[in-house]
Every structure is written in structure tokens, then in C-alpha cells.
Design a protein around this ligand. Sequence first.
Ligand code: NAD
Length: 351
Amino acid sequence: MYKVAVINGDGIGPEIVKEAIKILNKVAAKYNHNFEFKEVLMGGIAIDKTGSPLPEETLEVCKQSDAVLMGAIGGPKWDTTDSDKPRPEQGLLGIRKGLELYANLRPVKVFEALIDSSTLKKDIISGIDIIVVRELTGGIYFGARAREKDRAYDTCDYSRYEIERIVKLAFDLSLKRRRVVHSVDKANVLESSRLWREVAIEAAKDYTQVELVHQLVDNTAMQLIRNPKQFDVIVTENMFGDILSDEAAMLTGSLGMLPSASMGTGKVSLYEPCHGSAPDIAGEGIANPLATILSAALMLRYSFNLEKEALAVEKSVEQVLNKGYRTKDIMEEDKTLVSTEEMGTLVAENV
Ligand code: NAD
């Protein structure tokens, strides 16, 4: 039995998570598995019900689970400039810290059926299959910072240990893929990048079957648009990863299609779509559930080692798109418009 903690969150969160669970239940029935789902509160809804964006019980249940499936959190209702008031995002930072999630993985794959919604030419993006691995708990977002009158600074701080564990994770991932790792840095300028490169070279000695390519971040930003097919696994530090993962994600064209996984030192990983809680369309039944469904597929693959089942879900999404079904955000002429719920049912039936 696999225990899954479920965070519906705010906005469209509950609607899209419901569809992902529908698909997991179908996988359970078809492949003879047992998933136990336990709903917990986080984000705005948790503030409303308990006063805290991440109640202690939520973190405890997540720690006792085998994986966490999340929708999205936040919304205008809880936006505040008062730093004494709780904010939904504190829940997200708290759970990353509590579960020690130091790696964020974003797979970028193009669905042929949606290829026209990319702003890039077909032949540039057709067939791309990239994973961006972003370090999530170190670097300039967490280093020392200060403001003195008209001066301010932020420090990019990395230890050997922090670099080694993320680089190794990238190498391990590449073993099940095309075995090319691009380690992205700014080693011509930054000392932290020179340490990054040094550690990557050392780590590579244990992965002789993997090709390690060093690339400067400005070049990577360009290469992602010029020739994205050269990439298999990209590993990089927190801020470069923040920017490059959004750039890479947009190669495919649509926010509603992008899954993500966050992994760490412990056994519990967290799976969520890349998009937010879309408060502008919440409750209308038109949200695209595919990013969350594809995140559930990543959970099958990475947390439960169920590769066949993960592929079945991914294939099913592809087939439903090939048959012409679309939610509103990816709707094109001559296609069939379906609701959030109908999209979930179609994917489940196809598994
Ligand atoms: P957003 O991703 O929620 O929405 C951006 C636009 O994309 C909106 O027009 C929205 O309707 C659309 N969209 C997003 N997901 C969609 C889907 N699945 N189907 C159809 N359309 C979709 O970003 P935002 O508007 O900047 O943020 C809204 C709230 O979400 C904010 O409170 C923000 O803090 C929060 N947020 C949360 C997370 C998270 O939970 N990890 C991530 C990003 C933003």
C-alpha cells in the first residue's frame, strides 16, 4: 500500500487534485495497487481554518506518508503587506524545509498535438525531452543579505555538500535517460560557480557512463531557444534554475501542462503542477487538470518506482490530446472543448 498525503490548497487546487486522484484510482484498479489518500490543510484554506498556513498536523501526516500530492495555494483573499499576518506561501516554504526538499525537477516534453501553441518553430521543439534540476534550498535566495541606506547585497553561498547531493541526483536521473548532464554555472565570474564546477567534475568520476558538459548560464539561456534538443538533464543552482526552468517550461507553450517534483534527503517527495491557484477561474470547472495528472505520473515513477504505470498515464494524456480534446486554456479551432472533470474522466478511461 502507498500512503499519499493530499494538499488540495486554494483556488483551482481542489478541482485539479480531484482529477489526479481519479487517475490514480484507475491505475490502482488496473495494475492492482492500493493507494491510501489522506487530505491535509495548507495555504489560504489552512489559515482560514486553523490560523496557520502549515498546521503541525499537516507536516506530520506528510512525513508519515510515502509521497505528497499538491494542487496549488494562495489567492488575493490572503494577499497582505502586513508582515505579522500569515501568508499561504509560508506553507510552501515550510513544507520544503520540513521535508528537506532540496531538488526541484521539471520535465519539459512537447506533446505533438500541442506543438502549434509554442512560440518556437516546430522543427526546433519537436521531440524535445529535458529535465531541469534546480537546487532549491541554497544559494542567493538563502544567503546573507542586508540593506544599508542606498546599498544592498545578497550573498550566493554554497557548500560542497549541497552541490554534491544535487549533482549526484542529476547524474542518477540521467542514467535512466540519454546520459548527458549539462551542469550550468557562471564559473568565469563567480567563486561559488567555480566550487560548483569542481564538485561536479569530482562527482562525475562515479558516473563514467554519463557525459558531463559544463555550460555558462548565459549560453544556456540562448541554447534553450536555439537548439533545445541538445539537452537531456540540466542541473543548476537555485537562482539560475528558477529562471532557466521557466524558460525551458515555455518551450512547450502551456502552463496548464507542466508537472513538477520536489525531492530531498528524506523518503517523501512532493508533486505539484508548475502553475499557481488560478483564482481568476476557480470554481468554474474549466481549469486544465493535466499538469496535476502528469505530476501524479511523476509520483508513480519517482516515489513508487512504478515506471509502467507512469508511462500509461503519460501515454493516456497524449492519446486524449491526439483525439482532439482540450480544456479552455489550450483550446484551438476544430477541437472539442471539455471541462476539468471531463478531461480527468477521459484520461482515466484511456489508462
Ligand atoms: P497562476 O499560475 O495561478 O495563473 C496564471 C494564469 O494562468 C491565470 O490566467 C490562470 O487562470 C492561468 N492558469 C494557471 N493554471 C491553469 C490551469 N491549470 N488551467 C487553466 N488556466 C490556468 O499564477 P498567478 O495568477 O500569478 O498566481 C495566482 C496565485 O497562485 C497567487 O496567489 C500565487 O501566489 C499563487 N501561486 C502558487 C503556486 C504554488 O502553489 N506552488 C505557484 C505559483 C503561484
